[in-house]
Design a protein around this ligand. Structure first.
Ligand SMILES: Nc1nc2c(ncn2[C@@H]2O[C@H](COP(=O)(O)OP(=O)(O)OP(=O)(O)O)[C@@H](O)[C@H]2O)c(=O)[nH]1
Ligand SMILES: [Mg+2]
Length: 449
């Protein structure tokens, strides 16, 4: 348990009906008594009760009428004594309340510090703590569902299960080392090999969920490129159902990258309408084209737009491949309303003017982004590069163990690899962590969470 008490405004900046100030730590109830005047003393109140009263400054002036919710250790979010103070939703009042708390020895919380304490006090494991941030950030049905699954512990359970299997295996092997003179085998070598294979294949399945998890959590980056005037901005506008980007018959209308988000089938699509990629001597256009390249580099999907009059320029495909090898490239022929019988060979024919083919195109993109794998509600899914890297390292160590086993090497080698693999899994759920890992995770949180 931390020794000091922290506070933060937990609601977003701005004016609202109410704001909430969170306080957590050993001094919480004592300090609450000092600033709150109601029918009951906060320090004498039961956990999970709400109290109406006045918040007073040290001078005895009323700051606001408030409601205070009391959560006593260990049954609080952080596991510590905590209160949540509901005030009228003024930033000014919120600041006054924070000042009173600070005068009474409370510290300002760092980003994510409440959740960090919840983790350190064993209320959540690390994947669940990460999921809290994902739940807060979620903006589509799919991203929320993914975050919920992780918060509910689906990934934790899966990883913990694999980890205990590894602990079992390595304890058997280590036990043999203690009895080395007798040449005993506590686990038959073929059984050990089969178990390692089983765990390896489970790890592979988890690794295989990464693209899906990342896309459902962060959305799909889609760059829209092509020759000037082919209708890139018109297509963006059609998809957004609003006239977001300037459209004109003059080539070179779009110079900057225009980024917009839209949720399609519950998946967040981040669309980047660009100036396209071509040669230009104009300084502003050159900068725009450079920005288009950046969008292509970061894209999961690159939509190359051509139109029935100009078709496609072949160079662009080479350039895309050079900039980004892993993106899926979709060739889209626009303005099909002008020439429905166009002979240009292409899978996707659309009209940004009439909307013909656009729904199909969007369906195709969600499929492309998510890949072919189908996961059920009960599948554990990884969505962060941290999980991916830990699993990779667990896998490499297991492959080493397997190799040692095949080469009939002594149990010492096998047990070291099994232990290392187990440690990598432990890192995912936070059984072993370093301050760096924790800082990295929690610094991305909002203050007050
Ligand atoms: N008939 C027809 N005209 C279209 C269609 N899509 C776009 N246009 C027209 O084509 C012209 C160029 O459209 P934009 O959307 O500005 O094209 P762009 O690719 O963004 O062009 P730049 O930003 O200059 O690179 C405009 O006059 C649009 O009205 C379409 O599907 N059918
Ligand atoms: Mg444009």
């Amino acid at each position: 348990m931390e020794e000091y008490t922290i506070a933060a405004i937990a609601t977003p900046p701005g004016v609202g009906a109410i704001s909430i100030i969170r306080v957590s730590g050993p001094d919480t109830l004592r300090v609450a008594d000092l600033i709150f005047k109601g029918r009951n003393k906060i320090s004498e109140s039961d956990s999970h009760t709400i109290h109406y009263g006045k918040l007073l400054s040290q001078m005895g002036d009323t700051i606001d009428d408030v409601l205070i919710s009391v959560f006593r250790s260990p049954n609080s979010y952080t596991g510590e004594d905590s209160v949540e103070i509901n005030i009228h939703g003024s930033q000014y009042i919120a600041k006054l309340v924070l000042q009173e708390l600070i005068k009474n020895g409370v510290s300002l919380a760092e980003p994510g510090e409440f959740t960090k304490r919840a983790f350190l006090n064993g209320r959540l494991d690390l994947t669940q703590a990460e999921a809290v941030a994902d739940v807060i950030r979620s903006s589509t049905e799919v991203s929320l569902r993914g975050a919920r699954n992780q918060l509910d512990g689906l990934l934790s359970q899966k990883v913990s299960g694999l980890r205990s299997s590894l602990v079992n295996l390595s304890s058997f092997v280590e036990l043999e080392l203690d009895f080395s003179e007798e040449d005993t085998q506590f686990i038959k070598r073929d059984k050990l090999a089969a178990e390692i294979d089983r765990i390896l294949s489970e790890i592979d399945s988890l690794l295989g969920t990464y693209t899906f998890g990342r896309i459902t959590r962060d959305g799909v980056n889609i760059a829209i490129v092509g020759q000037p005037n082919v209708g890139k901005s018109s297509l963006l506008n059609y998809i957004l159902k609003e006239s977001r980007a300037i459209v004109s018959h003059l080539p070179g209308t779009t110079r900057d990258v225009i980024r917009e988000e839209v949720s399609i089938d519950g998946i967040l699509m981040k669309l980047y309408d660009t100036a396209g990629i071509r040669h230009s001597e104009d300084e502003i256009e050159k900068e725009g084209i450079q920005r288009s390249r950046e969008s292509v580099k970061n894209a999961d999907i690159v939509m190359v737009i051509g139109d029935v009059q100009q078709g496609f320029s072949d160079e662009i495909f080479g350039e895309i491949n050079y900039l980004n090898k892993s993106a899926s490239v979709l060739k889209v022929l626009n303005k099909i309303d002008l020439e429905a019988s166009s002979k240009i060979s292409v899978d996707n024919r659309v009209s940004a003017k009439t909307g013909f083919g656009v729904d199909n195109l969007l369906k195709k993109m969600t499929k492309l982004a998510l890949g072919t794998s189908s996961f059920t509600e009960k599948t554990a899914i990884i969505s962060s590069i941290r999980h991916y890297n830990c699993l990779e390292s667990a896998k490499i160590n297991l492959l080493n163990a397997k190799e040692s086993l095949e080469k009939k090497m002594s149990g010492e080698f096998i047990s070291v690899d099994l232990r290392n693999s187990e440690q990598s899994l432990a890192e995912i759920i936070g059984v072993v962590t370093s301050e760096d890992i924790l800082n990295n995770i929690f610094s991305k949180f909002c203050i007050g969470k």
